[in-house]
Design a protein around this ligand. Structure first.
Ligand code: SF4
Length: 357
């Protein structure tokens, strides 16, 4: 039997139940989910499914990440709510490709872990599955493992196995609608040009769950815990001196009231230059190197090869000497005695992240 898998949170318990109910069946997992955006989230969910299948002793195949095809299929339905027509097309695509895979591999049965997902319509999935059975002769196995206390047991399995519990269905359309309702920044969908790994980003979660896998492999004891913290994202910024834009590196947790200011340097101490407005501090690249113990030749190099986020935060705290400070700290190639115009569009927000202890 080929089992289409959407994510480990749904598939782990679903596969356990299928194994229990079909003990003589050779099960093969099939991860085909081009609906998952961005690609880093797709990789993260795959990593988790791989870990779960390994635990269950089930071989896993990865389908292709047909993002463009998927986007074409849901064109015009971007703004429809979850469980609406876009989702029907999304189930259709995943089941259709899965049944083709089942045919190719010579399986006579197929099913999907989407059936256990609380936000998916079992009725629609059953209808699509049955239609594909008629077309191909591969039997669709419909099972409702979520009724009764299924949902609760599924949750327990997720916890026991330290699985990655994603907080959105998968596509950018569902995600943006969800974040709009939550009035929360959609930080999953953007990355700094530097590729610096930001706190509670998908990239950081990927590192965390890879570490979970390593600890599991090494048989070491660990626990995933949650931490509440103040997160930060820089959305854009620039510095002009005498009306000319200069390369600038805006250090983490830099914010400005109303997003812009202008002024002149009014005082300098220990290499730190204090603007006469809006708590802005400016240092040159040599001063940055001194504090950080680095040897950046200019700000551009720092922009494209920044320090690790937490190391940068350490340097910021060394310079500012106040862990609660949110004033702007900017690195420039040189300090010039002229008028500075500064724009920083940044946001700080309460967030929750997982950690391994
Ligand atoms: S919300 Fe989920 S099921 Fe619906 S289209 Fe997006 S990824 Fe597919």
């Amino acid at each position: 039997m080929l089992v289409h898998i959407c994510c480990a949170v749904d598939s782990h318990y679903f596969l356990e139940k299928i194994q229990e109910e079909f003990p003589d069946e050779k099960l093969v997992g099939y991860f085909y989910d081009p609906n998952i955006h961005p690609y880093s989230e797709y990789r993260l969910r795959y990593l988790d499914v791989e870990y779960s299948c390994k635990k269950l002793g089930i071989p896993l195949l990865e389908g292709s990440y047909n993002l463009e095809e998927w986007l074409k299929k849901v064109k015009g339905m971007e703004h429809l709510p979850e469980k609406g027509d876009r989702c029907t097309v999304c189930y259709d695509d995943r089941l259709d490709v899965s049944v083709q895979k089942a045919l190719e591999l010579g399986h006579d049965k197929f099913t999907t872990s989407l059936l256990i997902s609380p936000k998916k319509s079992q009725e629609k999935l059953e209808k699509i599955g049955d239609k594909l059975t008629q077309e191909t002769g591969v039997n669709f196995i419909f099972r409702d493992y979520r009724s009764g206390n299924g949902g609760q047991v599924q949750g327990e399995r997720v916890k026991e196995n330290s699985l990655y519990r994603q907080n959105y269905c998968g596509c950018l359309f569902g995600l943006s609608a969800q974040r709009e309702i939550q009035k929360k920044i959609m930080d999953e969908m953007f990355n700094p040009i530097s590729n610096q790994i930001m706190p509670e980003s998908i990239e950081e979660r990927l590192e965390l769950y890879q570490r979970r896998n390593d600890l599991e492999d090494a048989g070491e004891k660990y626990k995933l815990i949650k931490q509440r913290f103040l997160n930060y994202r820089l959305l854009g910024g620039k510095v002009s001196i005498a009306k000319k834009i200069v390369p600038s590196y805006i250090m983490c947790y830099s914010t400005i009231n109303r997003n812009n200011t202008n002024g002149r340097i009014e005082y300098t101490k220990d290499g730190i230059n204090y603007l006469n407005r809006d708590e802005v501090k400016i240092i040159d690249i040599q001063t940055f190197n001194l504090f950080a113990g680095t040897s950046y030749k200019d700000v551009k190099e720092l922009m494209y090869k920044p320090l690790d986020f937490y190391k940068e935060l350490e340097i910021r705290n060394l310079i500012i000497k106040n862990p609660y400070d949110l004033s702007a700290l900017i690195v420039l190639d040189e300090i010039i005695d002229d008028k500075y115009e500064i724009e920083i569009n940044a946001t700080t927000y309460e967030d929750i992240k997982e950690e391994i202890i």
